[in-house]
Design a protein around this ligand. Structure first.
Ligand code: NG6
Ligand code: CA
Length: 510
């Protein structure tokens, strides 16, 4: 009897151990996900993408250990729509997302599923650090009180934000629901319509400026730089552009320290290399390209520090890093910072035509690198990828099944993103001041109707790519988009226009 009991006991122990170990093997830990989103970084702005006038050794290291994508696209030629798409897996036109002023309300509806929210539900701690530009509050934001709704209401556990852009007021950092370092005796007031308070503007006192600026960027002066919009008060809270990247890095390190034992999602949204370009003293003058080149070097250094920190914590093996940009490059975006004069041989858009705001390829075809040491074999991929696809792809890693309304424009391309397959999307929409459609190597640009965005050329020196006529290019032979095949291939034009309409009309049926 005693023997039988012993045997039963042993069997239970052995099965128990087997079950326990089997479970532990089956349960590979969920990877951390870090999205490093640079602002206005062009396809040609990194040495791993062919730049010779500026060196980016840290991003190059990421590229050496990861997959370098040559045909990956942010969803739009400007910031707000691209970021909206990145976080919701939804084309921005569905929400009429366009560049927002600094006092705009949050544009992500509270019931819209988001990438951080999905990860939060799947056991992740989530943070956004850096440029937000998706609006804050519900219409009448109170910069002196609780700022809500914002990132914390759409899936983030922690936020440390530049509320809109570096060139827009209010020039203060917002941590979770509050402005950092605000003195209640010196409240902040913001207006995009009329001057508030007594701070000088760039138009009134240009002699106070470090850079002369165009009319839009000539409102309230903060830190020697005039901005878009007016602000007064909040003097103790006003940022110092030069130290913002370091503060962001510090907050990112803190967040990673606190979450090293659980899966985390970090959306690190650089302000570099957007205007005003004010790299700190360590980076100023490190290139011959002026502040735009120096800001690239600063961004590269901060990226290296983030990677180093993951290594120090011993979590880099199981961290998926996605490095990319929110739209293509621009040189003169409002300030006379010599980005054009000092460009030299550098080609910010690489081999592609256009740039930020444009319908041509350089607007959305941006450097995109994915690194995940434990999983990815380094390489290069020409798969057609959209940033909207990160949502469904990451969902597949954590075993999350998308609901019908979730991330409607996101495809699970995890095999392409991890280099297991070279197959990306069949088609991809690019949003600018018109819409374009990629299908394989063909690109169709929808004609504009009454109005051409000439200001893109006039003010920014970038070809808009817009035309009153349909345009069709074969990028396999014509990477510079100069040989319009629309008249030669009317059938294909019709097909691609129909496909584009189908995508765009989906909006109305919702
Ligand atoms: C534009 C600004 C530009 C930049 C852009 C947003 C003018 C004339 N231009 O309206 O300087 O701030 O908005 O850039 O005001 S983005 O990268 O955030 O989309
Ligand atoms: Ca941008």
């Amino acid at each position: 009897m005693k023997n039988t009991k012993n045997i039963i006991f042993k069997v239970i122990v052995v099965f128990g151990l087997l079950f326990f170990c089997g479970g532990a093997f089956a349960q590979t830990p969920k990877p951390n996900v870090v999205i490093i989103y640079v602002d206005d970084l062009g396809y040609g702005d990194l040495s791993c993408y062919g730049a010779t006038e500026v060196q980016t050794p840290n991003v190059d290291k990421l590229a050496e250990n990861g997959i370098v994508f040559t045909d990956a696209h942010c969803s739009s030629s400007t910031c707000t729509p691209s970021r909206y798409s990145l976080l919701t897996g939804s084309y921005a036109f569905r929400n009429n997302a366009s560049i927002l002023p600094g006092d705009a309300p949050l544009i992500i509806d509270l019931d819209t599923p988001t990438l951080p929210g999905m990860l939060q539900k799947n056991g992740y701690k989530t943070a956004v650090i850096g440029k937000w530009h998706l609006g804050l509050g519900d219409g009448d934001v109170d910069w002196n009180g609780k700022i809500t709704p914002g990132p914390l209401e759409v899936g983030f556990d922690y936020s440390y934000l530049i509320p809109a852009t570096g060139d827009r007021v209010p020039c203060v950092m917002v941590e979770n629901h509050h402005v950092v370092g605000l003195d209640p005796e010196d409240p902040i007031q913001v207006s995009y319509k009329k001057k508030v308070g007594t701070d000088p503007t760039g138009l009134e006192q240009p002699e106070l400026l470090r850079y002369q600026a165009d009319k839009e960027h000539s409102k309230t002066i903060v830190n020697g730089v005039s901005r878009i919009g007016y602000m007064s008060g909040g003097n103790s809270a006003r940022w110092n552009d030069e130290t913002v990247p370091h503060q962001m890095l510090h907050k990112a390190r803190q967040f990673m320290n606190q979450n090293q034992d659980n899966p985390f999602f970090l959306y690190f949204a650089f302000h570099d290399i957007h205007v005003p370009r004010l790299p700190d003293y360590r980076f100023k003058g490190t290139t011959d390209m002026g502040v735009r080149g120096d800001a690239i070097v600063q961004m590269d250094w901060v990226t290296g520090q983030l990677m180093q920190h993951l290594e120090n914590l011993g979590v880099s093996e199981n961290t998926m890093i996605i490095f990319s940009s929110d739209n293509g490059p621009v040189l003169n975006d409002g300030y006379e910072d010599k980005a054009i004069e000092m460009l030299g041989e550098h080609k910010p858009g690489g081999p592609f035509r256009g740039g930020k705001y444009s319908a041509y390829e350089a607007a959305t075809r941006v450097p995109t690198i994915v690194q995940w040491p434990g999983v990815i074999q380094p390489g290069k991929s020409d798969a057609l990828i959209g940033h909207t696809d990160f949502y469904a792809s990451i969902a597949s890693i954590v075993g999350h099944e998308l609901t019908e309304k979730e991330a409607p424009d996101s495809y699970n391309l995890i095999n392409a993103l991890t280099g297991k397959s070279k197959k990306g999307r069949d088609f991809l929409m690019e949003q600018s001041y018109t819409y374009s459609l990629r299908k394989g190597n063909y690109k169709y640009i929808k004609p504009v109707k009454k109005w051409k965005p000439d200001w893109i050329e006039e003010k920014k020196g970038i070809e808009s790519g817009s035309s009153f006529k349909p345009q069709l290019f074969d990028l396999s032979k014509d990477i510079w988009e100069e040989n319009n095949l629309a008249d030669k291939k009317p059938k294909l034009v019709k097909q691609m226009q129909a496909e584009l309409s189908r995508i765009l009309n989906e909006d109305q049926s919702r």
